[in-house]
Design a protein around this ligand. Structure first.
Ligand code: ZN
Length: 324
């Protein structure tokens, strides 16, 4: 039985239930509280807000969220654990680095960086004992710079060492998924153990097909971010790919959050009024059904594919020292 590492401990992949594969709980600027505490409410208030929001996820019928908040996005493992315990929602935490590698990482090689990721996945984050369960890495508009390449290679090596899956951030317009697949393939990663994220930001079906034909899962994971692409157009791409037989490689999610210091006190962008955890349940799933996507394929995207990603990654990794 393949185990998935939650912030509350390991569970069998089979028991993940309905999964939101790319979300966030709390996103924070690293160092902001230490330097400008007057900008922020108390940590306890933030935790309560997250508990309330994640409780809504449970009520909407989801059992698990995969939190893609790396440490440079303000990862707080104790917060994730408390939110998970108080809501009963399974939470998987991420190791890895987002789009701009912080200073320490800029001159390190992939093996040195991989050791940090492996530590998060096997012994836990800092001294919390709370372990990450997924490896995140990213490419964005800046393209493949040397520092980002070392992070991608480090993610691949941490995957080999632990059997944890890789899940990425991309800039779909720049087709960053192709560079990611190339580097992972060079590192000997089975691309079926990789989720190329943010693919729902584009209607370039040719690009998406090329990623899919190499075996990766792709994330149609930003429903509600309509300033990039409207939900109707996002749903139409999902329906088209399902009709072509790719339902077994798509993941649905929202990249939403419970709390983000970037948006504190600012008015909600009207183009993001549906950007929240309930968008899939309330609007997108009915939209997909109307476009002819059968319930069985919707379940496949929300239940079977996340489980398969963890199972395939586990099979391909050495799983050394993970205890799972
Ligand atoms: Zn994200």
């Amino acid at each position: 039985m393949v185990k998935v590492q939650l912030v509350t401990g390991p569970v069998e992949a089979q028991s993940l239930g309905r999964v939101l594969m790319h979300e966030h709980v709390a996103l924070a600027t690293v160092g902001l509280r230490e330097n400008y505490p007057f900008l922020l409410s108390s940590r306890a208030e933030i935790v309560d807000r997250c508990v309330h929001r994640i409780g809504i996820v449970k009520a909407a019928g989801f059992d698990t969220i995969v939190d893609h908040t790396t440490f440079d996005l303000g990862r707080d493992p104790a917060l994730l654990e408390e939110v998970s315990r108080r809501t009963g929602v399974n939470i998987v935490a991420a190791t890895g680095i987002w789009i701009s590698p912080p200073r320490w990482f800029q001159k390190r090689d992939a093996d040195e960086i991989a050791q940090l990721f492996i530590g998060d996945l096997t012994t836990g984050i800092a001294d919390t004992g709370i372990r990450a369960g997924v490896i995140k890495c990213a490419l964005d508009r800046a393209g493949l710079m040397p520092a980002q390449e070392q992070i991608l290679r480090a993610a691949a090596r941490a995957h080999h060492a632990t059997g944890a899956p890789i899940s990425t951030h991309t800039w779909a317009e720049g087709r960053s998924g192709e560079s990611q697949q190339r580097i992972f393939a060079e590192e000997g990663v089975d691309l079926g153990a990789v989720l190329i994220g943010h693919c729902g930001d584009t209607e370039d079906v040719g690009y998406l097909r090329r990623l899919l034909l190499k075996g990766s899962f792709i994330g149609m994971d930003r429903f509600g971010i309509e300033d990039y692409l409207s939900d109707e157009r996002r749903a139409a791409v999902v329906a088209a790919l399902c009709a072509e037989g790719f339902a077994n490689q798509l993941m649905l999610s929202q990249d939403a959050n419970s709390w983000s210091d970037r948006d504190l006190g600012l008015p909600i962008d009207p183009r993001r009024r549906h950007w929240h955890y309930l968008n899939l349940a309330e609007r997108i799933i009915p939209m997909l059904r109307k476009l002819g996507v059968p319930s069985q394929q919707i379940d496949q995207m929300l239940i079977d594919n996340p489980r398969l990603l963890f199972e395939r990654a586990h099979k391909n990794g050495d799983a050394v020292g993970t205890g799972i």
